[in-house]
Design a protein around this ligand. Structure first.
Ligand SMILES: NC(=O)C1=CN([C@@H]2O[C@H](COP(=O)(O)OP(=O)(O)OC[C@H]3O[C@@H](n4cnc5c(N)ncnc54)[C@H](O)[C@@H]3O)[C@@H](O)[C@H]2O)C=CC1
Ligand SMILES: CCCCCC(=O)CC\C=C/C=C/C=C/[C@@H](O)[C@@H](O)CCCC(=O)O
Length: 258
């Protein structure tokens, strides 16, 4: 029970990776506040997690990460329900390359992470009554190396990597006991990957071969990588890539030939 007594907040936790993260956090003793746009799925997930891990361990708050009001409400509810906050996982994200969807991708994947990070810093900082803590932002292997089929999506994930590393070097976070790290999985077996089609990426037929070559990993594998970051008490601004062929690899940024 490495996270006994800790309180975590996970965005996009109704399904997919966010749900797997929430479950892993509960298994390790934490309490979890899940925020998600999908109220029906979110409430069902909380019911299932509660029956497995006990009453009062997890709450659901309907929330659109692009709305600062919704996100503020999510953080307030988490603090009121559990008394404090220690871990924030900014996980909610979407894909889509064509108009009008691509603008929404930028909004959710970047604005959502900016909201979640800025609020997390306010709630965690020691000089404002917090305990310090850990922020994990979800990027993607496609934010490190080019996925030629999803340029807009890849750009948002590169932005998440850079945004997070900037904050990790900031004296406000460092002096207040806050660390920020980044998870970069390759393709994962979630509804997002299952729904990849010619309506969300370019050159879909070729993309299928690309996905097959890179391989698809399980949400549990990525949840284990989240635990690797959470158990580590030193790293700040680190990028943890997880892929089928490479496993967990801490990365530095490098340009690969295209
Ligand atoms: N599935 C994959 O292959 C990979 C996914 N990722 C990233 O991991 C994160 C989670 O992805 P998956 O679980 O695969 O996706 P998913 O589509 O299975 O689940 C995403 C969840 O986020 C919620 N969500 C979407 N927009 C939202 C919004 N505006 N506000 C609040 N909640 C919202 C959805 O309702 C859903 O419950 C995303 O940031 C994604 O970009 C990164 C690398 C690989
Ligand atoms: C709607 C889009 C959903 C995308 C979900 C992801 O975030 C998956 C991104 C996953 C991996 C991207 C990796 C890109 C790697 C390449 O630049 C290159 O490193 C791989 C070379 C492939 C090969 O020839 O082995």
């Amino acid at each position: 029970m490495t996270l006994e007594g800790k309180v975590a907040l996970v965005t996009g936790g109704a399904q997919g990776l966010g749900r797997a993260f929430s479950e892993k956090l509960l298994q390790n003793g934490a309490k979890v506040a899940i925020g998600d746009l999908n109220q029906k799925q979110g409430e069902q997930t909380i019911q299932e997690l509660t029956s497995q891990y006990g009453i009062g361990r997890a709450i659901f708050v309907p929330c659109n990460v692009t709305s600062l009001d919704d996100m503020t409400n999510l953080f307030q509810n988490a603090k009121e329900a559990f008394g404090c906050l220690d871990i924030v996982v900014n996980n909610a994200g979407i894909g889509g390359e064509f108009a009008p969807m691509w603008e929404k991708v930028i909004d959710v994947n970047i604005k959502g992470v900016v909201h979640g990070t800025q609020l997390a810093i306010e709630y965690l900082r020691k000089d404002k009554g917090g305990n310090g803590g850990h922020i994990i932002n979800m990027a993607s292997a496609g934010g490190l190396n080019p996925n030629p089929f999803s340029p807009v999506y890849g750009a948002t994930k590169a932005a998440v990597v850079h945004f997070t590393r900037c904050w990790a070097m900031n004296s406000t976070t460092i002096d207040n006991g806050i660390r920020l790290n980044i998870l970069c999985p390759s393709f994962v077996d979630t509804p997002m990957t299952k729904n990849i089609s010619e309506t969300v990426c370019h050159n879909y037929e070729t993309a299928k071969g690309f996905i097959e070559k890179i391989g698809v990993i399980s949400p549990e594998t990525v949840a284990d990588a989240l635990m690797t970051l959470l158990k580590n008490k030193e790293r700040n601004g680190a990028i943890l890539k997880v892929s089928k062929h490479g496993g967990e690899e801490f990365c530095t940024l490098q340009l690969v030939p295209v």
